[in-house]
Design a protein around this ligand. Structure first.
Ligand code: SF4
Length: 358
């Protein structure tokens, strides 16, 4: 029997009963614009009888994707403005992205790089990769390299090993961080060989898992993540706040707890970027802040990600609250929402005062 394959067209989705035949024509228009792929591991998690299924919502195309809001942009976080050479985004002084590939195992409907990722987009050519690595070598301020794409882990273990080994020869690069959705999309692909490919002497390697709903963390996915962690590669997580997927405190709390139980530290909760055709999946920032307050009130500090916004135009990420301290530092709010006076001033009167020993 043939192994199940990813669903890549509206026809595949209809055959799998994830959409109705009557939706075929309209969703083909969406698929012509934005790539579609749902792996067998994620297809298994979808309940076709539930029209509000949070996994389906992340991957099944929707005609609303063809409605572009005026504030949306094809390059919502300004990658292009900070790309000194092809394959590199150098936004912050001490770290740079190395975008190895523009292909993913699954295509998320909210993707902020949806205009550039998709089948056939391929990986960096050898000469472009050489040039990107040269840029890193010539930039001694780069302390951390973030391997991204697309999903860098769709590359073969051999190719990843080759790239990581070349990075390991650059003395000023101390940390290699890999951003991936592959452990969720295809946990069987996180093999011991792939895990070994990412480990390199004298550099700290971190893997950041992209995951948005607690149901994504199946036993197989947690076992795949354990292969990284048991090999000495710590894991962090990053999630996107999405309407109808995780925009309630119970789901968000369950996701963060399940991550921590799997030895994965929640790192970022992204406010959804202004990617084209994604307004139906975006919440308001005030809703996000209210959810973060609830999370703070009901879950351990280990379960708290930073709620961040990538500022449109390429100005980087900023934490966007909520804020628990008044502007003049006179009132601070506790985890139950009760407000307390704080007597000391915002800045210390003794700051920079020399200590006299006489
Ligand atoms: S895995 Fe990441 S890069 Fe790929 S489609 Fe999803 S959000 Fe975009």
């Amino acid at each position: 029997m043939n192994a199940p394959k990813a669903l890549r067209t509206p026809g595949d989705l209809a055959a799998a009963k994830l959409i109705g035949r009557d939706q075929l024509r309209s969703l083909e228009q969406v698929a012509a614009r934005y790539a579609v792929s749902i792996t067998p591991a994620l297809t298994e998690l979808i309940d076709p009888a539930d029209q509000f299924d949070p996994i389906a919502r992340q991957f099944i195309p929707d005609t609303r994707e063809l409605v572009i809001a005026p504030e949306e942009s094809p390059d919502p976080i300004g990658d292009d403005a900070h790309s000194p050479v092809e394959g590199i985004v150098h936004r912050y002084p001490d770290r740079a992205l190395l975008k190895l590939v523009n292909v993913c195992a699954v295509y998320c409907r909210f993707c902020f790089r949806r205009e550039v990722v998709g089948p056939g987009q391929g990986a960096l050519s050898p000469s472009v990769l050489d040039n990107a690595l040269d840029y890193i070598r010539r930039s001694p301020q780069i302390w951390e390299i973030i391997l991204t794409g697309g999903d860098p882990l769709v590359l073969s273990a051999r190719r990843l090993k080759h790239i990581v080994t070349r990075l390991s020869t650059i003395a000023h690069v101390k940390v290699i961080r890999v951003h991936t959705r592959l452990p969720v999309a295809a946990p069987e692909k996180i093999t011991p060989t792939l895990v070994r490919a990412l480990r390199v002497r004298d550099k700290a390697t971190f893997v950041v898992l992209h995951t948005n709903h607690p149901r994504e963390l199946s036993a197989k996915v947690r076992a795949a993540c354990a292969r990284f962690i048991d090999a000495g590669i710590p894991m962090l997580s990053q999630s996107v706040l999405l309407r109808g997927v995780n925009d309630d405190a119970e789901t968000l709390g369950a996701l963060m707890r399940k991550l921590v139980e799997s030895r994965i530290k929640p790192y970022y909760l992204h406010h959804a970027d202004l990617a084209p055709g994604t307004a139906h999946l975006r919440t308001g920032i005030a809703e996000g802040q209210a959810l973060m307050r609830e999370l703070h009130g009901r879950t351990s500090g280990l379960c708290q990600p930073a709620y961040v916004l990538d500022i449109p135009g390429g100005f980087g990420k900023s934490p966007i609250g909520p804020n628990y301290l008044s502007a003049d530092c006179s009132v601070v709010e506790d985890f139950n929402g009760r407000r307390h006076a704080y007597a000391a001033a915002c800045s210390s009167a003794g700051k920079n005062t020399a200590v006299s020993n006489s």
